[in-house]
Design a protein around this ligand. Structure first.
Ligand SMILES: Nc1ncnc2c1ncn2[C@@H]1O[C@H](COP(=O)(O)OP(=O)(O)OP(=O)(O)O)[C@@H](O)[C@H]1O
Ligand SMILES: [Mg+2]
Length: 570
């Protein structure tokens, strides 16, 4: 319950640079009168401005400032609620917005928007829409409940039933659901990305391993082939060396054979020399009869014996020579055999050397192969870095999948909660409980205003209005006076519900020219009767029907305009 106590304002609209003060809780009903433009409705703008930062009439904030003074527009409102005294001070030029609780300024650190929200949600528990349906009803910019959109109707009823909290929670839930959706999408994208990364890394590693394994196998095969080839060459060299060794005794005889040939050749020359000498001697004896030295004649006997001797010697020599020649040719054949063998040995040795060279090459290549094998094996065991990376990707993926699962679980909870918080959820249940009460109250007030129709508001806040002997009518079917009866009945209903719920309940009710336009005398009478029966209400009625109404009010405030400024007539 809010008890509004005092309203003060200056430099707002036609009010000048002095405070116009209105006590709000002093008399149960006050009539406010004055000529057109004297400043009566200004109090509604002052109230709306101080509470919500905007005028009641449809004008912008800067237009609220008194155009003559052009500054120091200031409104102050005092009220109590929840056993605390509050004072709100709001101004334009300079801008001001202060809330005092028990004379202490409430921390203004928050942005002005949040400060306003704090005021509406935590202190007055009313918003502009509800305030203009429940506390002030004016001709200026009053939109009857029946002409509000279903969403606005819902806002007012939720305020009344104090169930706005579910809408707030639902909005928070919507934010959470949107956030959850965004995070889920992000997680899904991330999972897709990491999966791709993981697959690529795995494929790369598998291929790399496979290639390494293949290459090692290939090299090991080559190693085996190399070793076999080398072994075969060693065996071949061994057998060739053995072959060479076989020829060693033959070759070692070469020198002896050569010496022998030399000796035989020398002997042959000697024998040939001997034969020549013998033949010379024979020729001498054949042609000479005297000794060349002593000039004595050579005896014939001697001569012939000497010739026989010499011819025998020649014969002997020639036999020997023949023998020697045979021996020589035999020996020479032997020597040429040896030379032949020697050539063969040489060619074998060349072959051995070639094979040795091949072995050297093979061994060089073997070293190279073995180096490559060990380096590949090393690389393979050093591939742990790649494996670590793969492992960390896997872990990351698992964590992401886990958080995705959590997000999806969360989504399910949110959806359930959102279902409860939605308009059709808990709120509808509560509203459904109150709708019969609301409808009953509306119909009661309508009857009190001598308007006998059956009004029914359903859970989507659509009305049906049935009147006796007539079809179902919509609000717009009715006459202005009838419409005003409906508007009044709804306003009174909201106030009754507010009292019941102690939610948007206030002492203040201001009706601006409600009596003036369309209500006939009966209507005015009935409404006044109802209003006078309201308990704990400080009623303010702004009207031009002062003459008719005056005696029904305990207090009258008269506004007047003096030198372009509005003021309360003393
Ligand atoms: N910014 C402004 N500065 C000065 N005067 C203004 C400003 N804006 C509006 N006015 C004037 O202030 C007056 C506002 O009066 P208000 O609406 O309170 O009159 P009222 O007594 O309710 O009149 P009515 O009986 O016609 O409803 C009007 O004369 C209007 O022209
Ligand atoms: Mg007015």
């Amino acid at each position: 319950m809010i008890t509004f106590k005092k309203l003060r304002y200056k430099n707002i609209l036609s009010t000048g640079n002095y405070f116009t003060e209105i006590e709000l809780d002093q008399t149960s009903n006050t009539l406010i009168v004055g000529t057109n433009g004297s400043g009566k409705s200004t109090m509604l703008d002052a109230l709306c401005f101080v509470l919500f930062g905007k005028a009641f009439r449809n004008i912008n904030k800067p237009n609220l400032v008194n155009s003559i003074n052009g500054k120091d527009c200031l409104v102050e409102l005092e009220f109590t609620t929840s056993n605390k005294d509050y004072k709100i001070v709001r101004g334009i030029k300079p801008n001001k917005f202060e809330i005092y609780q028990n004379n202490e300024l409430i921390n203004q650190d928050a942005a002005s928007k949040d400060y306003q929200e704090f005021l509406e949600k935590n202190i007055i528990k009313l918003n502009y829409k509800s305030f203009t349906q429940i506390v002030i009803l004016g001709s200026a910019s009053f939109t009857p409940f029946m002409q509000l959109s279903p969403a606005d109707r819902r806002t007012i009823i939720e305020d009344l039933l104090d169930i706005q909290i579910f809408s707030t929670m639902n909005n928070l839930m919507k934010d959470k659901i949107a956030e959850n959706k965004e995070t889920t999408n992000e997680a899904k994208n991330q999972i897709k990305l990491i999966t791709q990364k993981y697959d690529l890394q795995k494929k790369y590693l598998d291929e790399k391993n496979q290639n390494t394994d293949d290459r090692i196998l290939e090299l090991q095969n080559e190693e085996q082939i190399n070793l076999k080839q080398t072994e075969k060459l060693f065996i071949e060299i061994d057998s060739l060396q053995k072959e060479v060794e076989q020829f060693d005794p033959i070759i070692s005889m070469k020198k002896t054979i050569e010496d022998k040939i030399k000796k035989i050749s020398k002997l042959e020359l000697q024998i040939e020399g001997n034969i020549t000498k013998c033949e010379k001697d024979i020729a001498f004896f054949d042609h000479s009869d005297n000794c060349p030295t002593c000039r004595q004649s050579i005896a014939e006997e001697f001569k012939s014996s000497e010739l026989i001797n010499l011819n025998a010697k020649i014969k002997e020599y020639e036999n020997g020579l023949e023998q020697i020649k045979i021996k020589l040719s035999e020996t020479q054949i032997k020597l040429s055999d040896i030379t032949c063998t020697q050539k063969k040995v040489q060619s074998i040795q060349i072959e051995i050397a070639k094979k040795n060279a091949t072995i050297t090459e093979l061994q060089k290549y073997l070293t190279k192969i073995q180096k490559e094998i060990s380096s590949l094996k090393n690389n393979k065991s050093n591939a742990s870095k790649d494996h670590d990376e793969l492992e960390s990707l896997k872990l990351e993926l698992l964590a992401l999948q886990e958080s995705l699962k959590e997000l999806l679980d969360e989504k399910t909870y949110f959806e359930v909660a959102s279902g409860l918080l939605k308009d059709s959820g808990i709120k509808t249940r509560i509203i459904k409980q109150y709708l019969p009460i609301i409808n009953k109250l509306v119909n009661k007030y309508l009857a009190s205003l001598d308007f006998f129709v059956n009004f029914n508001l359903d859970e989507s806040f659509k009305e049906t209005i049935k009147s006796r002997h007539r079809d179902e009518f919509s609000y717009n079917n009715f006459s202005e006076g009838e419409k005003q009866r409906i508007d009044m009945s709804l306003m009174l209903t909201w106030r009754a519900v507010a009292k019941l719920k102690n939610s948007s309940n206030t002492n203040l009710l201001i009706l601006d020219e409600v009596f003036d336009s369309s209500l006939d005398n009966n209507g005015t009478e009935y409404l006044m009767n109802i209003l006078q029966m309201l308990e704990g209400v400080n009623l303010f009625v702004i009207s031009h029907k002062g003459d008719i109404l005056q005696d029904k009010f305990a207090n009258v405030i008269r506004f007047e305009k003096m030198k372009n400024f509005s003021r309360i007539k003393k």
